[in-house]
Design a protein around this ligand. Sequence first.
Ligand code: PLP
Length: 411
Amino acid sequence: MALINEHFLKLPGNYLFADIAKKVNAYKVSHPKQKVISLGIGDVTQPLCPAVIEAMHKATDEMAKKASFRGYGPERGYDFLREAIIKNDFLPRGIHLDMNEIFVNDGAKSDTGNFQEILRWDNNIGVTDPVYPVYIDSNVMIGRAGVFENGAWSNVTYIPCTADNNFIPQIPDHRVDMIYLCYPNNPTGTVLTKEELRKWVNYAIHNDSIILYDAAYQAYIRDESIPHSIYEIRGARKVAVEFHSYSKTAGFTGIRCGYTIVPKELTASALDGTARASLNQIWDRRQCTKFNGTSYISQRAAEAIYTPEGRKQVKEVIDYYMENADIMRDSLTRLGYKVFGGINAPYLWVKTPDGIDSWKFFEQLLYGASVVCTPGVGFGPSGEGYIRFTAFGDREDCREAMKRIAEWTLK
Ligand code: PLP
């Protein structure tokens, strides 16, 4: 008899966005004429930029000719992309990386979900709360999260980030082996200063912990004093792995490409504490076994982002989304909502009025204004009493949604 991995059975039945889709569909069935505007799911809406399209056409043509056809690529990614990453994303910030510290992937979801498997199942984890659900669910799957009781996992340290602490996660008073940090943050849209991030790096050095740092939204940082990479902090190479994604940087949600940095100095202990193992080597071994690389066409597409035209075009799209964020922030603030984030990130985190719970406000907004948001509690206990809006929509939809919310709020 084949037995299932019982940890998978512990996962809540539905993914948050499936629950939302169900409720939105029910609304659409009862209101077939009403156009629903979604400011809910964090997918991009604007097309790929011309430099990327051109690179993809060129790469496709190469695949059509025997002389330039490519089969399996290197597991860590093609040199042309890894060189461009080092030169453009890190060197200008004074960060020196070796080519072999970069692992090109098919987007940050795979690696943020998978990296934990090279660490023992009985390490404990800490997450900022609210949190991108992948960090928790992937730890549930390996049996690290414990049991789910009263909306929280028993073996997970939830580090609350709410308006009360200005969304700054406080260092726990106990040891946490693996810490997930995501900045700019999904879902709150808030950022950490260098000073605050340094506290976490020092904590990890002091406690021999590992930080899993998700920088998927770093391209949205507008305040240049905010760190784009954890390696801007001295000592971080010894304690942190960092995940990057082209999904939100350049509209690659459907193309699939990103990369992970695993520094050579990053090590973890064997159980008896006698030996240190290189996570770079182990991750490489894991990838060579389970991953056959990202498509050549996607990697050429990613490379094009670093050309002068590519950079300019990508920036225009990011500016477009961030203008949406400005419009939303202004309009919601004027209506009296308490709005957080949306300055260095494409997400706005909004306090529900009069302490209404997140799902209730979600429904009120859907039925009152035909606008979809994401209920904050879906991201963890500290998300209760908040909702998330994304800035990834069309400008027209964004304006129309704000107009509807204004009419509904002032009614
Ligand atoms: N990390 C965070 C914080 C995200 O919000 C997302 C996507 O929404 C991802 C990672 C995954 O991105 P990708 O499309 O690169 O898999």
